[in-house]
Design a protein around this ligand. Sequence first.
Ligand SMILES: [Zn+2]
Length: 400
Amino acid sequence: MKRILLSISAIAALTAIVSAQSVTVFEGGRVVVGDGQVIDNASVVVTGDRITQVAPAASIKAPAGATRVSLSGKTLMPAIVDTHVHTSTTAPELENDLKQRAHFGVSAALSMGLDGTDAPFARRATTTPGLARLFLAGRGITAPEKGRTEVPFWITTPEEGRKAVQENAAKNVDIIKIWVDDRDGKFPKLTPPLYSAVIDEAHRNKLRVTAHIFSLEDARGLLKAGVDSFAHGIRDRDMDDEAAALLKARPNFVLIPNMPDRGVVADYSWLKGHIPDGEVQKIQAAATDRPQVAATWAIQARNLKRMSDAGVKITVGTDGNTPWAPHVEMADMVAAGMTPAQVIVSATRNGAEFLRIANTGTIANGMIADLIVLDANPIENITNTRKINAVYLRGAAVPR
Ligand SMILES: [Zn+2]
């Protein structure tokens, strides 16, 4: 057996590193914990990358040499976890994707099944200051969809489904993604025997399965087959009592509502200065009243509200590669009938739990300091999550 012997000078050097850990004290503001609690006039001490104290402002005195950040009139909340994205597939693009996400207060994102190159896996294995962390579903699994992306596994037999799961398991993916959607009748979709085999094989490999769904019927079938999460809400009609009962029997099930375009006029001026002006103009011009789009949105809104009221675990996911999208999604979830407090729990603690990121998602002793300083209170108005004053990832301020 080898022993590592440390000289006195090495021990002294290590001690110096530990004691030189930077201390930041966020003083005297509103703390939205991420678990539903809000603490007024609190202070938060961050030592290195960890939260080491959360207490009433009066009881905390900043140690000598600490960086002091005034939270007067401000709100501190945990950074956001986006549980449904599709990031780029090359190293430099990925770095930019995750830098942009950090800018908008996102600490981690789950890329959902279109990752067929090595770069995302290399990126996932690395934690870089100033970048959000990446989580992966590798190559998702679907029925042959000729003309669409060929990155996912196209399966037609249960054996092919099991093999696809095994290949993803070998790459240690964070979750298995499946698509169960005939895309308006244009393609075959995974049948119950196919998705049941995938779910069974995933569970044998200690992996969970999240399903892109469209119809209530498929939602019911997937729940019966033991699916762990929906990557979208039920979109074709209002959910029924049978689906509600199936969900009730599954307390660990996670819904990523991923609301579609709301189809109403919206103000995107908050993006000015954060993305190129031309892009803001394009987005603003597209945000018009479209009653048919709004009617589609309303079905999903009612289903989200019903699931939220029933206590289903909900996270925030945005689909695509838009780093600021969580701020729109959170407002959409409130428009659907969830409270801002519920939506923030979805965006923080629930997302971190779903991605199984240890010690993140809330503001409490021992948690990793992934934090957003806001200039206004998001519990009063969810769009205040857009008023970002500063972002801290793993205790370090993100340059922005
Ligand atoms: Zn997606």
